[in-house]
Design a protein around this ligand. Structure first.
Ligand SMILES: [Ca+2]
Length: 423
């Protein structure tokens, strides 16, 4: 039986009432609180049977904060932290090219190639304009699945638009010599633009196992209920064709007043998005307020609850939304952090250099600074380890083709650090 479509206004009204009464979160037409998988979708994880993973209770392992020959010992692996590349200005997103070069964004608005020996190339020409204020700028980058032939890359950035600033998706073709982007165009603006505030863009972009382009957008901080409004692209996970149009079969496509780009709603500042290689499920990684960081398993039409329910509290110590951690019609995270880990980017480890880390999801922690390793079984998070704790804020983490783990940080002279196994 199909549920009546909810209008975006009704969803917003329900949110405003959430503090006093049982909230009635946004739902796609045809969805239920635990179902709603559209016929045309590929497989996505079903996490309704999972327990929420507990917060970390162990002792983080620390390090000196200085790359070098010292061996760092953790529960499953010992490694050296070496400096792969330096002199970068706020590196934010990165992706390895098929030839082993690393394509890196710098938040002030530059894109560079880093050679396999760590040599940093000059700024690539033709990068679109960005608004590099607050948390904004040139943020993420990913490659088309057919990059080897098309050379197409996708960028997520904070861009100026009528009415203010917004999260923007753009694409271009990397020239064969890697010196410039050609054919750059805007594919999607996550409207409406917001004139106040320069925070919470989300802005991680990735091709899913279905060949569609997934984009995370932040709630833009000033007005939390944007994340629940179906006529608003802030605080969402979007699913797009590679030219920026709404992907076919999206869950809100038949909901009056809803934006057809929306795949999932109710996320705060999702700076991470990655695929679990064991299951091909997509995981969203979300930076919470004071506590309440989350890893969520993505499913079409799901409502991840922000700001109705959260495991965190506001920066001034007050309760958020309903003040509760669960409500009907909202999904529980696979994992949450209280106290905070403040994750930005994250990726599953794949490779041969650290066999014991296969199946682990690494999160780049900002505050407190460090690296979080989550163990998984299928799509379930089963454990947590905190390492390299207390010294260095990490922006992103990704495995390299050599199996080493690469870490982006503003510190150490704007560096990409590398974990290399050591006896
Ligand atoms: Ca949530």
């Amino acid at each position: 039986m199909r549920r009546p479509a909810r209008s975006a206004l009704a969803a917003a009204a329900a949110l405003l009432a959430a503090c006093a009464a049982e909230p009635a979160p946004a739902q796609p037409a045809g969805a239920t609180a635990t179902g709603g998988r559209a016929e045309s979708m590929p497989r996505f994880g079903d996490f309704s049977q999972f327990e929420v993973a507990p917060s970390f209770t162990g002792t983080p392992s620390t390090w000196s904060g200085r790359p070098g020959p010292d061996v760092v010992r953790t529960s499953l692996a010992s490694f050296r932290v070496t400096s792969f590349a330096t002199g970068l200005a706020r590196p934010w997103g990165a992706v390895f090219l098929p030839d082993g070069q690393l394509l890196v964004t710098e938040r002030p608005g530059r894109l560079r190639l880093i050679a396999r020996d760590g040599r940093v190339g000059p700024p690539i020409a033709g990068v679109p304009d960005v608004v590099a204020e607050g948390q904004g700028g040139l943020l993420d980058v990913t490659l088309a699945p057919d990059f080897a032939t098309t050379r197409e890359v996708f960028l997520c950035l904070a861009g100026a638009a009528q009415g203010g600033v917004l999260t923007r998706l753009a694409s271009g073709r990397l020239s064969p010599d890697g010196t410039r982007l050609d054919g750059v165009r805007t594919l999607l603006d996550a409207t409406p633009a917001q004139d106040r505030g320069r925070n919470h863009y989300g802005c991680r972009v990735l091709f899913g196992p279905d060949g569609k382009l997934y984009l995370t957008t932040g709630d833009r901080y000033i007005e939390k209920p944007r994340a629940q409004r179906l006529n608003d692209l802030a605080g969402k996970v979007l699913r797009l064709e590679r030219d920026g149009r709404p992907a076919a079969g999206n869950p809100y496509a038949n909901t009056p007043g809803a934006r057809p780009e929306i795949f999932a709603v109710g996320v705060r500042n999702p700076q991470g998005l990655t695929m679990n290689p064991a299951t091909r499920s997509l995981f969203e990684i979300e930076f919470g307020a004071r506590g309440g960081d989350e890893v969520n398993l993505l499913r079409p039409g799901a409502n991840y609850g922000w700001p109705i329910v959260t495991y965190g509290i506001d920066y001034d110590g007050s309760a958020i939304g309903s003040g509760r951690t669960a409500a009907p019609g909202t999904e529980q995270p696979l994992w949450y952090a209280t106290p905070a880990a403040s994750p930005s980017g994250g990726n599953f480890y794949v490779g041969d250099a650290f066999p014991a880390w296969r199946g682990s999801l690494f999160l780049a922690g900002q505050s407190p600074p460090g690296l979080v390793r989550l163990t998984t079984e299928g799509d379930r998070v089963t454990g947590e380890e905190r390492m390299l704790w207390g010294r260095t804020r990490f922006r992103h983490v990704l495995p390299g083709p050599d199996g080493f783990l690469y870490l982006l940080t503003d510190e150490n002279d704007g560096a990409i650090l590398r974990l290399e196994p050591a006896g």
